[in-house]
Design a protein around this ligand. Structure first.
Ligand code: DP6
Length: 400
């Protein structure tokens, strides 16, 4: 890059979120407007996060994008839609400020580098964290304040929920232009400190149908999906918000499991059917129900997105025993590898009664590892320029 004008670079991080009332289906593909509202829990960035640096300079000749160190096509429609949207908001803001002249930086090309602190190969949905991080970072580069749902949503619908920490709802909105289809925080991450989240990363060979294509097929073919959106989700949103407000774990857990099951039922009702769960996923479902039956109450709850990995919610006091039950049902393979990541778990022995209650033949190696995490905050700006993923020349630093 020619010497003289320094580039403007900003680096931010953003979290992964897991829906407990699922988003599945768009009413407008272009604007990414959903057919129902959804509700999610933001996971802590100590375990799972995206980090993005965005830089603009007069000297850049084209938009460029690097994901986990590898250059990707910056012309991809979702990235370009996010850029168009943030530049529109920046222009709108400038013209509102006493008719101030538009800064030339609005027409500069942008370089973006993004990395995840968890392997993409783990099969965890990284697009929500990635696009929330992109929207948040671009907003700081272009000096845009306020609501960013519209920007993040253009990348991936669920990304707008990763703009906030704690417990978040994405209101579907009613307006055809989507201005009221926004995410908002229901409660901060400090609201329910005992809540823990376990990500059970399942060994799977096949890459499942992506969410965008899957939900399009469901909208076109599933009558059950329409029924769900119109007649089930509205009451479920209110009930889930109550369970969270009152920290009612059995209520929260049961509704989470029912909503995941109904989402997968709409997938099976899609034609041809979408089967995201595999044998290991179904074993986890059985394990959770056996565990809860043994205790006579809902101690743990599963949810599954468009893939076989399970996300399990539990209160802190149930984690050690549940992890022991997971180890018993899915003996780690190879033994001695790093099976547990994240927050510490105390080793406990399963009682004979629980062993009998689980009544499952062990499935060695079915689960690759378990990431133990908790509810966390929303996106953060990293002020230290040493943490930028792009160097002063606008290209990825060697480690990025
Ligand atoms: C099953 O947000 O990935 O995870 O908007 O097409 O990018 P696009 O879809 P995406 O869908 C997520 C679907 C889900 C449920 C959820 O997160 O609510």
């Amino acid at each position: 890059m020619a010497a003289g004008e320094p580039l403007v670079a900003v680096t931010c991080t953003a979290p992964v979120n897991i829906a407990v009332v699922k988003y599945w289906g768009k009413r407008d593909e272009e604007l990414v407007l959903p057919i129902n509202s959804s509700l999610s829990v933001t996971l802590h960035q100590d375990q799972l996060k995206a980090t993005t640096t965005a830089a603009i300079s007069r000297d850049f000749t084209s938009d460029r994008l690097w994901l986990n160190g590898k250059e990707e096509d910056a012309g991809q429609p979702r990235l370009q839609a996010c850029l168009r949207e943030i530049r529109r908001l920046a222009r709108k803001r400038r013209s509102a400020d006493d008719g101030e002249a538009l800064p030339p930086s609005l027409s500069y090309k942008v370089h973006v580098a993004s990395v995840n602190n968890f392997p993409t190969a783990a099969g965890l949905a990284s697009s929500a964290a990635g696009y929330a991080c992109l929207a948040y970072t671009l907003a700081r580069v272009y000096g845009v304040e306020g609501e960013l749902s519209e920007v993040a949503r253009r990348g991936s619908g669920s990304a707008c929920r990763s703009l906030y920490g704690g417990f978040v709802e994405w209101q579907m909105g009613e307006r055809p232009d989507g201005r009221d289809s926004v995410a908002r925080q229901l409660a901060p991450e400090s609201h329910w400190p005992e809540l823990r989240v376990l990500v059970l990363v399942v060994n799977a060979e096949r890459k499942p149908t992506g969410s965008t294509a899957g939900m399009r097929a469901s909208v076109e073919t599933s009558a059950l999906l329409r029924f769900r959106a119109e007649s089930v989700v509205p009451a479920r949103m209110a009930e889930m918000a109550r369970c969270i407000r009152e920290r009612d774990f059995p209520g929260f857990g049961q509704l989470t499991m029912r909503d995941s099951n109904q989402f997968h039922a709409t997938c099976l009702d899609t034609f041809p059917p979408l089967c995201y769960l595999n044998d290991t996923s179904r074993r986890v479902i059985r394990l959770v129900h056996c565990f809860n039956a043994h205790h006579g109450q809902t101690k743990v709850a599963y949810t599954f997105d468009a893939g076989p990995n399970a996300v399990v919610f539990a209160l802190e006091d149930a984690v050690d025993e549940f992890v022991a039950a997971v180890r018993h049902s899915f003996p780690p393979e190879p033994p001695g590898g790093e099976f547990l990541k994240g927050l510490p778990v105390r080793p406990v022995l399963l009682s004979d009664e629980l062993r009998v209650a689980l009544a499952l033949d062990p499935a060695p190696g079915g689960i690759r590892h378990v990431i133990v995490t908790q509810v966390g905050p929303g996106p953060q700006v990293l002020d230290d320029s040493h943490l930028h993923l792009l160097g002063p020349d606008g290209l990825p630093k060697p480690a990025a």
